[in-house]
Every structure is written in structure tokens, then in C-alpha cells.
Design a protein around this ligand. Structure first.
Ligand code: 6PG
Length: 234
């Protein structure tokens, strides 16, 4: 597998603009080539402003198919649900058919939701683009340090260190089954995880290993400017 391709942006806004542009460019190429664009969405807070930029864009929304890299086991309308963040920041503002957004039914509990999402993913081939965030401990989606290896597409997580403890996540191999994988990390809080990753340490994010390698978009703070003595731009 190719090593990660790091790209450092002056600030979070520049990163968000570049990420939105990459998503829209990949969508146009995928729709032109195969008639559809299969996108895995990142949760957390980092991607919110990227989704807000997509809400202001023009795209062939009918051809988009959305999936989630993970979901928190909370009521469907809970303010901390990733699906609610995606809907409020983006989907409420564009004519993307709701049936094309495949939400993880995490309100039904991790085990049931993981089983149902595995069924939903049957017959879904390679994604076109997988978006992922990065936690301060190096986690991504709901793949946390110390978790065992998995042999399914979606699995239940019962003891996540990041609340809520109960989640559903796609596995590293299913997240990596994508033509392109893009990580987004901003803020000084991510600098230690990024530095560990760049040193070659096996953090959960580094377990997502598509053949073509991954792209990691960082702002200067997440890249370690001001905290990592080995920091170099670019
Ligand atoms: C979640 C996310 C999680 C997130 C990272 C980064 O459900 O919490 O999927 O993996 O991407 O924790 O979170 P922030 O973007 O909020 O820093």
C-alpha cells in the first residue's frame, strides 16, 4: 500500500474548501463514468462545514448514494447523531432523495443495527470516496485503539472511549474498499495523533489501507505547527 499523502492547508477554511471541491470533482467523474457516486460520510464536527459547502453547490444529487462510516447509538433525532448533523448541515438544503441516504439505524442498538447495515451493504461494491475524521487518540469512524480485528462490513462497538460508548462502525477493510479515501483533521488537538501516524505508529486510522493509499488533509495546527518540533509545512 502507498504511504499516506499529507496535504497541509493554511487554516480550516482552506481545508474545507479543498475537501468540498475534491468531493464534487469525484462525484462528477464517478457519475460520468458509472452513473452514480457512492460516498461514505464522516461523523463528528470536522466535516460539518464541508457539508455546508456541499449544501451551497450544484450537483446531480439524484446520482449520489450516501453511506455512513459510523453512527452513535442514540435516538434518531438526538442532536449528537451523525445522521442529524449531515441532514441539518446539508441534506435539508439539497434535493437528494432521502432513500439514497443510507442511515445506520443505530437507535435500535449496536448489534441489531450492525446486522441490518451489513444487509444494507450486501451488493454494494466499491465506494467512490470514503470521508473519515481523526480522533485525538488516533481513532477514526468508531475504530478505537485496542479494538480487535473484524471480519464483517459493519460491527457493533459497546465500549467506545468517546461517548456514547455504544456505536456501529464500518470496519477498516470496508472503509478501505473505496476508490479514494480522504481523512480530514483540524486543530492542535489532533497533532499528536498525526505525529504518531507520520512516525509510522499503528493508530486505528492507519488500519484503513486502500491499495491506492489515503489522502490526509490537515490544517497547520493539526500538522503540528507550534507543537511538533519536527513540523515541516507541506
Ligand atoms: C464520531 C466520529 C469520529 C470523529 C472523530 C473526530 O462519531 O465521533 O465518527 O470518528 O470523526 O472523533 O471528531 P471531530 O471531527 O469532532 O474532531
Amino acid at each position: 500500500m502507498e504511504s499516506p499523502r499529507w496535504q497541509v492547508f493554511a487554516d480550516a477554511s482552506a481545508l474545507e474548501e479543498a475537501a468540498a471541491r475534491l468531493i464534487l470533482d469525484n462525484a462528477r467523474a464517478a457519475i460520468h463514468a458509472r452513473g452514480r457516486f457512492l460516498l461514505v460520510l464522516a461523523g463528528g464536527t470536522t466535516p460539518r462545514r464541508v457539508y455546508e459547502r456541499l449544501a451551497a453547490a450544484a450537483a446531480d444529487w439524484n446520482a449520489w448514494r450516501l453511506y455512513f462510516g459510523d453512527e452513535r447509538c442514540l435516538p434518531a433525532e438526538h442532536p449528537e447523531r451523525n445522521s442529524r448533523m449531515v441532514r441539518e448541515s446539508w441534506l435539508d438544503h439539497v434535493p437528494l432523495p432521502p432513500q439514497h441516504c443510507h442511515v445506520i439505524p443505530a437507535q435500535r442498538g449496536a448489534e441489531v443495527a450492525a446486522r441490518l447495515y451489513n444487509q444494507e451493504l450486501e451488493g454494494v461494491g466499491e465506494f467512490d470516496l470514503t470521508l473519515l475524521g481523526l480522533g485525538e487518540d488516533g481513532h477514526t469512524a468508531s475504530l478505537f485503539p485496542g479494538q480487535p480485528w473484524f471480519c464483517a462490513d459493519a460491527v457493533a462497538v459497546e465500549n467506545a472511549p468517546k461517548p456514547p460508548p455504544e456505536r456501529v462502525t464500518l470496519t477498516p477493510q470496508r472503509l478501505a474498499r473505496s476508490r479514494r479515501v480522504l481523512f480530514l483533521a483540524t486543530g492542535a488537538g489532533k497533532a499528536a495523533a498525526v505525529a504518531a501516524w507520520r512516525r509510522g505508529e499503528h493508530i486505528p486510522a492507519s488500519r484503513v489501507r486502500p491499495e491506492a493509499g489515503v489522502e490526509v488533509y490537515l490544517d497547520r495546527a493539526a500538522a503540528g505547527e507550534g507543537t511538533d518540533p519536527d513540523w515541516r509545512p507541506g
